[in-house]
Design a protein around this ligand. Sequence first.
Ligand code: ZN
Length: 442
Amino acid sequence: MQEARSRGLSAGLDPVAAGAEILDLARRLMPLPRSLTGDGVRETLRVVGELVPLAVTEVPTGTPIFDWTTPREWNVADAWIADSTGRRIVDRRDSNLHLLGYSHPVRTTLTGAELDKRLYSLPEFPDRIPYRTAYWADTWGFCVTEEQRRAIRPEDEYEVCVDARLEDGHLTYAEALLPGESEDEVLLSTYVCHPALANDNVSGIALLAVLGKHLVERRLRRSHRLLFSPGTLGPLAWLSRNLEHLDRIRAGLVVACVGDPGPLRYKRSRAGDTAVDRAAAYVLRGRPGSMVEDFVPWGGDERQFCSPGFDLPVGALTRTPHGLFPEYHSSADDLDLIDAESLGDSLAATLEILDVLDGDRTYVSRNPYGEPQLGRRGLYREVSSGAPREEESFQRALLWVLNLADGGHSLLDVAERADLPFAVVASAASALLDADLLEEQS
Ligand code: ZN
């Protein structure tokens, strides 16, 4: 128990096995037809709910959400373009990216020249299908490869079918509350609105689901809340329904684009110096190549949590973020772009950050006049040159924790100053606490 407690929330994590589990889940989630609303989101949440207990909220169409209004719900049965022989030349069954998101229903015949005005492609990447949406425009369209587009002859006739329902319904989001000893919360959020894109953001959904499964079995000091919601509107809908409890959020992370082999990046909260900012910077400092960047009001859902009315202590953890990888928002963001090793590493880093947040506290020494006699308490071992490095680190951590147990330094302060892993420092504090040498600062 002592061992498990001192090793914190990462205890029992095998990053290799966890990475493989995340990748398997990503594979399952990839084909589900997600959008801002609709059954693809519900099915995604149902799959996530197999790993972590979710409470699902359905927000009716027309509900005001701050400056926004919940849109109509969108569901698609079928969508295709056929040539004059009836052969389907573009078919949504081949890729959910083919249909412009939120296309309204249509069944018509038109010339290739007219059809071309409804098409989106990427001339610089002729074999990729772009990802496009038109949530707030009353229109329809198809996203195709440049090769498909070039094969359409302007004078020929084409039949188009968008068998979709755009009608009053709901916007769906889900959350898992993992209760801790206190009502203070750590919020972890990711978006579930992108269709068949692996890094952005099946990787984030799958990672948080496996993280939730891991945390369910752990003893938590703070409560942890996992939010799975469609981008922008989802967090805003959740915020609008939880206004009276937002002061419980002591730290938060938006997790997305965590499956590619690029280095980890942490984007600071708007305030920039909150507990999560310090914890993330500390954890990433131990991972060469990682980056810590200042807040900017664009990117992911952190910009909602960090808007001035909320100004929550929420940062963002990614590997290569939105817009900075060439496969971004196209069919090239597929399962080949993400790998188990990167996913497992992202999960391990997230857990280390949560470890620091959950385990950081401030102690006061009960024996501040000189060094206490550690040998008498079974805590002092002669560290010879052949001693294992962990043992040496642990001995140093004992002395650092004792020395900085003045009520003015937290365990993270100790870890930063001593340049020791947080888990070792927390473990030393735990041993000193058991030996009655420390008390927690109230
Ligand atoms: Zn995106």
